[in-house]
Write a new protein. Structure first.
Length: 682
């Protein structure tokens, strides 16, 4: 018997609509849902490999407890009893703030994050954190500080699309398809990337700045647009504050100076600025690459100002304001922590905007015991040993904890350090809520379970429900199953689980509206676009985006390493143990410009030692003309040749706390030739 289930892909964070075909209860085929607003039927190689994920022989299928250097199989009952006992001990001996929770992308973005936050609130720890500590939120903060909302590109109606540090062909294939469609109907395309990404071949302009200099480039484009009178003067007069200060400030960034900083020809900068300002409406895809800079929030502030002064905010074809359903708060009564979250002193605005601890400060806090001891962590759906910067220090911190619990689908590098490892269900084995408001679609859908969890693996919600009850919080976790809990979350809305179950493909809960600021102003203190930020000034930060020179390695470290480039078959540190995907890129490699390689005597495929101030790795060289000279690029997430052995966890954006992973001084030397192999580690 054949059955088709409409659900949501979980192989990355886009949430593409998919249809899973089951035959006699077994998953047989995955296809895109043609009418789903996130992808309109398009699916990538990862989605097609979802069946392989569910049936992988590497899956964790029962709880494990470390006994000496070996793992011992235990029951869920024993695991929960042990975790409860340890959490109670740590709270009594060190206070509840000594426990931290860290959740990765697969769970933190959806309703599961709600349950973990509620648990932390009841336990009394302020130290809930997520992948938002180093991904996405720097850009959100830049938008919120400038015009009070997060913006997303409207490719479908745009006449000019800017890809700034984004490579959707590898990371978000449906977006790449939308951009290609727009290009076919005549839209202009500007690509800003030191690498020759696939869409760069179709670009009207491809700017290739030195990594870490995007702020200077943005200020140069602002200079060109303002000095040549290409901005929207009516919008600027009516809806901005600080434009006069900006005019004076950007005089410090003439195109000749910007060319010297970025390595991009001044004529090309002027051309890109002119196209963007005149081919309206224009939209911008600002990639996560921009988050990983010591200038992170201010870079996004500069791009937000570009969007605003050209009149491209919240208009069809421009950058639309995202939203979302107003869910019930996860916080309960007065059961709150007395201590400040980790990172609140160093990055107070991040903590205020996210209501989370800044996880990039956790290794320091664990190792130093300041501002107070952190003795235990629950890590869910994440592999910080590979994804956090300065992995050696991250490993030292995790190893020094009294108690570490990891819940994941596979035995990851981080899980191997844990005291207790718990088997997690995959996205095809759990029900959860998915709101597309963040992506600009007022649309909500249930991710429906397609098959039962493998072995004794549990969906994450079940873990939090059961642990909360054993900790004595059952009154605040009263739901029989996750659908009851989702209904509770949806109480402030008109949407119900019953409605979502009847409409398996999802429902629109609103219509897209434009220029909403004309009714109530912008969601900023001045109700206008704040080009000049008094809020930042009061906190001691630059009120206008100001380029801060990146760290230069000098003669000792003369090259620049940029990390984190996406590979289409992988998502961060995931899926490298799946044969159908890892054959697309079976080995780690570092891209190096052909001229640079020749000068160093390095041939394609040879093994080099790649070294920074933080450490060294051996990796195969991939010689190419598709990257600017003196710059090297490596993907992160490899168990071998770990890019984060080279990054510095203390080199952070002062506002958000995001680490610098895109402009790391480095050097190389030749070693030998690496043999082909498919890594066994997930």
């Amino acid at each position: 018997m054949e059955e088709v289930i409409k659900t949501i892909c979980g192989m990355c964070t886009i949430g593409c609509g998919i249809r899973m075909t089951l035959r006699d209860g077994r998953l047989e085929r995955v296809e895109g849902s043609p009418k789903h607003p996130a992808n309109r039927g398009v699916v990538c190689t990862k989605a097609k490999a979802a069946l392989e994920l569910v049936s992988s022989p590497d899956r964790l299928t029962y709880p494990l407890k470390k006994k000496g250097n070996k793992w011992e199989r235990i029951s869920w009952e024993d695991a929960l009893e042990h975790i409860t006992r340890e959490l109670n001990r740590i709270s009594q001996e060190h206070g509840p703030q000594a426990m931290a929770v860290y959740q990765g992308c697969p769970v933190a973005l959806h309703d599961v994050g709600w349950y973990a936050k509620r648990f932390c609130h009841l336990y009394g720890t302020p130290n809930y954190s997520s992948a938002g500590s180093l991904c996405h939120f720097a850009g959100v903060m830049g938008n919120l500080l400038t015009f009070g909302a997060y913006s997303v590109p409207d490719y479908e109606n745009s006449n000019c699309i800017v890809l700034w540090g984004a490579n959707p062909s590898a990371s978000m294939l449906p977006h790449a398809e939308s951009i290609s469609h727009a290009k076919r109907r005549g839209a202009k395309l500007i690509v800003i990337d030191p690498r020759s990404i696939p869409l760069a071949t179709r670009a009207d302009v491809h700017l290739r700045p030195r990594p870490g200099t995007d702020m200077a480039l943005a200020l140069g484009m602002l200079n060109s647009i303002v000095s040549e009178g290409l901005y929207d003067s009516d919008f600027v007069k009516a809806w901005t504050v600080g434009f006069e200060e900006l005019e004076e400030h950007i005089k410090n960034y003439p195109l000749e100076r910007v060319e010297g900083i970025t390595g991009v020809d001044a004529w090309d900068i002027r051309k890109a600025a002119e196209i963007y300002a005149t081919a309206k409406p224009a939209c911008t895809n600002r990639g996560i690459a921009l988050d990983h800079s010591p200038n992170a929030v201010q870079v996004f502030r500069a791009l937000s100002i570009l969007q605003a002064i050209t009149g491209n905010l919240d208009v069809p074809g421009g950058d639309l304001f995202s939203g979302g359903l107003p869910l019930t708060s996860p916080l309960v009564g007065d059961s709150t922590a007395n201590s400040k979250p980790i990172g609140a002193d160093e990055h107070s605005l991040f903590v205020q905007f996210t209501s989370e601890a800044q996880a990039m400060c956790l290794p320091e806090a664990i190792l130093s015991g300041k501002p107070y001891p952190i003795k235990s962590m629950l890590v869910v759906g994440s592999n910080p040993l590979l994804t956090w910067p300065q992995s050696r220090r991250a490993g030292e911190a995790l190893n020094s904890l009294d108690f570490l619990v990891v819940m994941d689908v596979f035995m990851t590098e981080t899980a191997r350090l844990a005291d207790i490892v718990l088997p997690a269900a995959t996205f095809l084995e759990r029900d959860e809520l998915f709101d597309y408001g963040l992506f600009g679609h007022p649309y909500v859908m249930l991710r429906q379970k397609a098959v039962d969890p493998l072995g004794e693996s549990w969906p994450d919600w079940k873990f939090w429900f059961e642990l909360a009850r054993r900790m004595g919080y059952g009154e605040h976790f009263p739901w029989q199953d996750v659908k009851d809990a989702i209904d509770f979350q949806l109480k402030p809305t008109s949407v119900t689980v019953e409605e979502l179950s009847k409409n398996a493909g999802g429902v629109f809960y609103d219509t897209v509206k434009h220029m909403k600021y004309k009714e109530a102003g912008f969601s900023t203190p001045s109700q206008k676009v704040e080009i000049y930020s008094e809020r930042l000034k009061k906190l001691g930060y630059a009120p206008l985006p100001t380029y801060r020179e990146e760290e230069i390695g000098g003669a000792e470290y003369p090259l620049t390493l940029t990390t984190g480039a996406r590979i289409s078959g992988y998502f961060h540190s995931q899926f490298r143990n799946m044969p159908g995907l890892c054959q697309l890129a079976p080995n780690p490699a570092v891209e190096i410009n052909a001229e640079t390689a020749q000068a160093l005597g390095i041939g394609d495929g040879e093994t080099i030692t790649l070294e920074s101030l933080q450490g060294a790795i051996e990796i195969r060289a991939k010689v190419t003309t598709g990257i600017v000279p003196h710059v090297l690029s490596i993907a992160h997430g490899w168990g071998q040749a770990n890019a984060n052995a080279l990054t510095d966890g203390l080199d952070r954006d002062p506002i958000s706390g995001f680490p610098n992973m895109k402009s790391v001084p480095c050097r190389v030397r030749k070693v030998g030739t690496m043999k082909d192999s498919i890594p066994a580690s997930p």
